[in-house]
Design a protein around this ligand. Structure first.
Ligand code: PLP
Length: 469
């Protein structure tokens, strides 16, 4: 490692030539160089150039809940790798993986009880969709195959998960026209519960949760007897940290029950305390039929994900077909168990709730900035939506990259936040302190002021999607 860092410019050149990055334009990378990270401690990151950053993004995509430098997780992985590094998915497992399945049954709500393990959120979404179909088939209802998801939802980059990712403005970064997706007939979209930009121009509570009603309309439009499941994120993540209005999720649950459709909650971002409760659905007292978890399951220390089914679904399936070589990987399971142990012992869910409450209070003050339209969030998951005209809730043209500019200035000041789709995301590790929350908002305040002041001279700042991450 030290040898690599000794020749940093060569390392950066090789990163440029020999690694294919997601959504980061080559022109931008050549100009700025790839960002080579070296180490982390708590909520702090250090890059190979020796600069320190406060990580308000949990590693960039909301994964590192327990923070960096957790020897306990590293040790658990080391010991498991030495004892038994691997088991195959064909009816074979290890004590540590069973222990993890027990723990997941304990921390998830209701009778969510049986886990199918894989390695990424996308795979777990695919597994959940297959679980739903194979359950219906086992129930003598094999015609059900259609999947309803929400516009603006993001469920992953593999073909099935990407097909459930409803195409939305700005989502070209995930779903390109050249991408293979399942034929449209298998997937239908409903309206997201995005009150700030309600597609129908309605206001809660007068709207009578019309967004929920569009799910019923989508089911009816597909032929209810052909619909297998509804998949949604309880708090929509990539769409901009969209917290649904009270009653929304209960309404969706009721609609699904009425038509015999399974409800899948994609908790890849919300899971394990991110929103100040163990899971996003816990805020709404709703138990889904299948829950998808990833990212925070291991705090990013090892790749692992799971689709967790209710007892009645698992019991009904005589067999489940969906093989992954690394499903239930013992080393990843050891990382997950140690990570969940830390979240429990250090009461990180409660810390996310209390520091999150404090931080959103500070963020609300940013509404004084002319380009800040909305500030929203739950626990330690927050978003600041930037707008061209706050009174009309009019977004900036995406090509201006105003969110990227704000994030780039913040990065120069030692703060790591994520721009996407006109919004600046904040999702720090659950160990975040009030002092770190104050520092984050202070830097963001300055970054917003600078971007407002330089609004017309953006030539030196990245404008393409992905740049500035
Ligand atoms: N579901 C949600 C809600 C996500 O935000 C993501 C990734 O960000 C995924 C699924 C896909 O997870 P992965 O990138 O691990 O495949």
């Amino acid at each position: 490692m030290d040898t690599q860092i000794a020749d940093l410019s060569q390392l950066k050149q090789d990163a440029l030539d020999k690694i294919i990055f997601h959504a980061t334009p080559k022109a931008w990378l050549s100009k700025r160089g790839p960002w080579v990270l070296d180490r982390g401690e708590g909520a702090l990151l250090y890059d190979a150039d020796g600069r320190e950053y406060l990580d308000a993004l949990s590693g960039g995509v909301f994964a590192v809940l327990a923070g960096y430098g957790r020897e306990e997780i590293a040790r658990a992985m080391y010991e498991q790798a030495q004892r038994l590094p691997y088991t195959s998915p064909y009816g074979t497992t290890s004590a540590v993986t069973v222990e993890l399945a027990r723990k997941l049954a304990e921390v998830t709500p209701g009778d969510l009880e049986a886990s199918f393990f894989c390695t990424s959120g996308s795979e777990a979404v695919e597994a959940a969709i297959k679980l739903a179909r194979q359950y219906h088939e086992a129930n003598g209802d094999g015609r059900r195959y259609k999947v309803i998801s929400l516009r603006r939802a993001y469920h992953g980059s593999t073909v099935g998960a990407l097909s459930a990712t409803g195409w939305s403005p700005g989502f070209g970064v995930f779903r390109r026209s050249a991408d293979p997706v399942v034929p449209a007939a298998g997937f239908a979209n409903a309206m997201p519960p995005y009150c700030y930009h309600c597609e129908l121009g309605l206001t809660y509570p007068g709207c009578d949760l019309a967004c929920g009603t569009t799910i019923e309309q989508a089911i009816l439009g597909c032929d209810p007897e052909l619909v297998s499941c509804v998949i949604l994120e309880p708090i929509m993540a990539t769409a901009g940290c969209i917290v649904p209005p009270p009653g929304y999720l209960a309404k969706v649950r009721e609609i699904c029950d009425r038509y015999g459709v399974l409800l899948i909650s994609d908790e890849v971002v919300c899971g394990f305390g991110r929103t100040g409760r163990w899971f996003g659905v816990d805020h709404f007292d709703v138990v889904p039929d299948i829950m998808v978890v990833a990212k925070g399951l291991t705090s990013g220390y090892a790749p692992m994900a799971a689709a967790i089914a209710r007892r009645g679904i698992a019991e009904k399936l005589p067999v489940f077909f969906n093989v992954h070589t690394y499903g239930g990987h013992p080393v990843s399971a050891a990382a997950a168990l140690a990570n969940i142990g830390i979240i429990e012992r250090e009461d990180l869910v409660e810390n996310a709730a209390s520091v999150g409450r404090y931080m959103i209070g500070l963020l609300l003050e940013l509404r004084g900035h002319p380009i800040v339209g909305d500030v929203r969030g739950l626990g330690l998951f927050m978003a600041v939506e930037l707008v061209r005209d706050a009174a009309r809730r009019e977004s900036f043209a995406p090509e201006l990259g105003v969110d990227n500019q704000v994030a780039a200035v913040a990065r120069e000041m030692g703060l790591f936040v994520r721009p996407f789709g006109g919004t600046v995301f904040l999702a720090p590790p659950l160990i975040f302190t009030k002092a770190q929350a104050e520092r984050t908002v202070e830097v963001l305040d300055t970054a917003l002021a600078r971007v407002e002041a330089q609004a017309s001279s953006t030539a030196n700042l990245p404008t393409a999607a992905g740049a500035g991450r």
